[in-house]
Design a protein around this ligand. Structure first.
Ligand SMILES: Cc1cc2nc3c(=O)[nH]c(=O)nc-3n(C[C@H](O)[C@H](O)[C@H](O)COP(=O)(O)OP(=O)(O)OC[C@H]3O[C@@H](n4cnc5c(N)ncnc54)[C@H](O)[C@@H]3O)c2cc1C
Ligand code: FES
Length: 291
């Protein structure tokens, strides 16, 4: 798998074009990184050098690209020293960036309906996947969960989704405006959201589909571990192919240090895979923790 990536990871001096703060220490950053913008696929990430003094880079998922303008959008939460240093980067600064890295989500089968389930800073790969599918007339629905205000413009949805209750009326505006259905979940009492965890919202939706519709579904997810466990359970309940994007602590980020390995069981054999280049996306059934 990783061999296919040789020669496809670039080092670019990514110029910060916009950097917007949102509630809950969330930041949306647009950088100019033309090589990454052209090559990136949903599920891949970039590895950023957050300051001149810190050699260790930080991995951040790609949320959206514009290959023509050469831009890459990222959403991150400032949680520790590295991401706080990143949040101090100003428009015009250059951020050394490696990308795009990792095995992306497989969204090649356009006969499927991709059910995209993102939580917190796991939402970005779902936005990217929805955008990519839309560009190819693919079928998808996005469910996003957050316990702080969403860092996106929202608007009431004009489409009804099976199994989704009346309170959950808001959708991500950029998706809604392109007829990509989406709904939001939160336990924080946010207006217009389903009250509860986002995997439960996705479950309600799946349970309300006909068997024929459900059989076309593939679950793709990124978010905190407890959320991924819940998504894996939903996948098992409905016997659906389920792919999870893992977050693991990383050092090199390009397959050289084995600092990010995760145990898999493939054809009955235990293996250790590097999350950075063999993942971050894995089929849930291969991961003993989620199987
Ligand atoms: C493939 C991938 C994609 C990611 N995408 C995003 C994203 O789109 N937005 C976002 O906000 N965050 C994302 N993360 C998590 C982000 O990389 C961490 O929040 C960040 O590295 C924390 O660094 P820090 O120095 O601020 O925090 P500290 O806690 O001070 O970090 C100390 C060390 O722990 C590592 N670390 C801490 N938390 C995590 C974590 N959750 N996952 C992996 N390593 C961690 C750091 O890399 C660093 O080496 C992603 C992680 C991975 C592996
Ligand atoms: S972080 Fe070095 S191999 Fe993955």
């Amino acid at each position: 798998m990783a061999n296919e990536q040789r020669g496809t990871i670039f080092e670019e001096q990514a110029e910060v074009l916009a950097h917007v703060t949102h509630p809950g220490d969330q930041f949306v950053m647009r950088v100019k990184a033309p090589k990454t913008a052209v090559k990136a696929k949903p599920g891949q990430f970039v590895h950023l050098r957050v300051s001149d003094e810190r050699a260790l880079r930080r991995p951040i998922s790609i949320m959206l690209t514009d290959p023509e303008r050469g831009t890459v959008d990222l959403l991150y939460k400032a949680i520790g020293e590295g991401t706080h240093l990143l949040s101090e980067r100003k428009v015009g600064d250059l951020v050394p960036m490696l990308g795009p890295i990792g095995e992306p989500f497989d969204i090649s089968d356009l006969s499927k309906r991709y059910v995209l389930i993102g939580g917190g800073v796991g939402i970005p790969p779902m936005i990217f996947a929805a955008d990519n599918l839309h560009g190819r007339d693919g079928d998808c629905v996005v469910f996003a969960g957050s316990e702080v205000e969403f860092p996106f413009a929202l608007k009431p949805s004009a489409t009804l989704l099976p199994g989704v209750n009346g309170n959950a009326i808001l959708a991500v505006r950029s998706l809604e405006e392109r007829d990509i259905p989406s709904r939001l979940a939160s336990n924080a009492g946010l207006y217009g959201c389903y009250e509860g965890h986002v995997p439960n919202l996705a479950r309600d939706y799946l349970a309300a589909l006909t068997q024929e519709e459900r059989d076309r579904c593939v679950l793709l997810s990124c978010g905190p571990h407890p959320m991924l466990h819940a998504v894996a359970r939903v996948g098992r309940e409905f016997d659906l192919p389920t792919y999870l994007s893992l977050e693991e602590h990383m050092a090199c980020g390009i397959g050289g240090c084995a600092g990010c390995v995760v145990k898999t069981v493939e054809d009955g054999e235990e293996k250790y895979r590097r999350v950075c280049v063999d993942g971050p996306v894995f089929e849930a059934g291969l991961l003993p923790e989620f199987a």
